[in-house]
Design a protein. Structure first.
Length: 373
């Protein structure tokens, strides 16, 4: 079947004289044009027919663009191409032929899928693609829409046995309510250095990269302290300075003098659960006996799971809150951290604890692997 479109002049001023051109189209295409159905996202044959039909009615490029959901530049190009070529089909390109075959493209993508850290040069060598530039190989990978190049995220590797334990732990708790997670007393130790180490942006000229006033100084052996802390959804517990290297003996002193009073203050007579990671000093025989002796309700914890402990995020938040610090010694640094610790917002603590269902689900979704947390 054919449809007659009256195509006006592409000149800015509308002309009464129109060219009568017959275009071959299917019944479905004609029906789409007559009914005014929305076109596809790309400028396909139906959209082009609709553009020509509306242009024959004397509508402007912008009016047509609004009707068919396109820009006036696309409408103009379709009309001008039709007037010049008497067809709605694109002219076959006269550019350089594609250097790779579909088979080669598939081989390139399969190589990347098999090893995500494969360099472009390695792909070229392994597939004997010496006649292809690295930019061409890179384009073939990106064309699929499945892969792109990113900086790899640094996360610790997890042993296969621990992956299974993480997965089992999360599956057993993914349906827990936030009220159950609010019964946890989260604990951990963390190091802090005298000077905040986050990257900073600087305004400089192009030739001032190493100018003294544009450098962010670094200290090779900066003063460092270690602190132990605990918190729950109800508030923060104690923050205490660790004396040197924390061992099981000092750890039990901290549990007695800092942890138990914090638990009593945060939970009162209510039910609570103590959380700690699997550090050797936490799981030593004497430490385990201490928990039994003092009847501390201890939570099971999967190894290599910092992403499941919200206090890890709290340490980072505390560090940023003290970013403008300028202590001259370890004691001043601890005092700054301590002040900010006891000023932490309870709503922030609740949000961290309430993220536990999402953390468990993320581990399950990643089949026990490390997550964004």
């Amino acid at each position: 079947m054919s449809v007659c479109c009256y195509i006006g002049s592409p000149a800015p001023a509308p002309l009464h004289a129109v060219a009568h051109v017959e275009i071959e189209a299917s019944d479905d295409q004609i029906d789409d044009v007559v009914q005014g159905r929305p076109p596809y996202s790309q400028t396909n044959e139906v959209t082009k027919l609709q553009i020509l039909h509306l242009h024959g009615q004397g509508k402007s490029y912008r009016e047509i663009g609004r009707i068919v959901g396109s820009t006036h530049k696309v409408v103009s190009r379709v009309v001008r191409r039709f007037l010049a070529q008497k067809t709605i089909d694109r002219k076959k390109g006269s550019g350089r032929p594609r250097k790779t075959s579909p088979q080669t493209d598939r081989m390139i993508v399969r190589t990347v899928a098999g090893n995500r850290f494969t360099a472009i040069s390695q792909i070229s060598e392994s597939l004997v693609l010496g006649n292809l530039s690295e930019s061409t190989i890179s384009r073939r990978i990106r064309e699929t829409g499945d892969f792109n190049s990113y900086w790899a995220v640094r996360k610790p590797y997890i042993r296969d046995a621990n992956i299974k334990k993480r997965l089992a732990w999360c599956k057993a708790r993914v349906s827990w309510t936030v009220e159950q997670w609010e019964q946890f007393l989260w604990t951990d130790e963390s190091p802090y250095v005298l000077r905040f180490r986050a990257k900073r942006r600087v305004w400089r000229r192009h030739n001032e990269r190493y100018a003294q006033n544009c450098l962010q100084g670094s200290v090779k052996h900066d003063i460092k302290i270690n602190v132990w802390g605990c918190f729950s959804a109800h508030g923060v517990g104690s923050l205490c300075l660790v004396d040197g290297i924390l061992d099981q003996h000092q750890y039990m002193d901290i549990l007695l003098e800092e942890m138990l009073p914090s638990a009593e203050n945060l939970f009162g007579e209510g039910r609570w659960v103590f959380q700690q990671d699997n550090d050797p000093k936490h799981t030593a025989i004497r430490t385990r006996n201490w928990f039994i002796e003092h009847q501390v309700p201890l939570s099971e914890w999967p190894a290599q799971s910092p992403d499941l402990n919200p206090i890890e995020n709290l340490w980072s938040i505390l560090d940023k809150k003290c970013a403008k610090r300028s202590p001259s010694n370890a004691r001043e640094l601890y005092e700054i951290l301590e002040k900010e610790w006891y000023n932490l917002d309870v709503e922030l603590l609740k949000r961290l604890v309430h993220s536990m269902p999402r953390r468990c689900q993320a581990v399950i979704d990643n089949k026990g692997g490390m997550t964004k947390y």
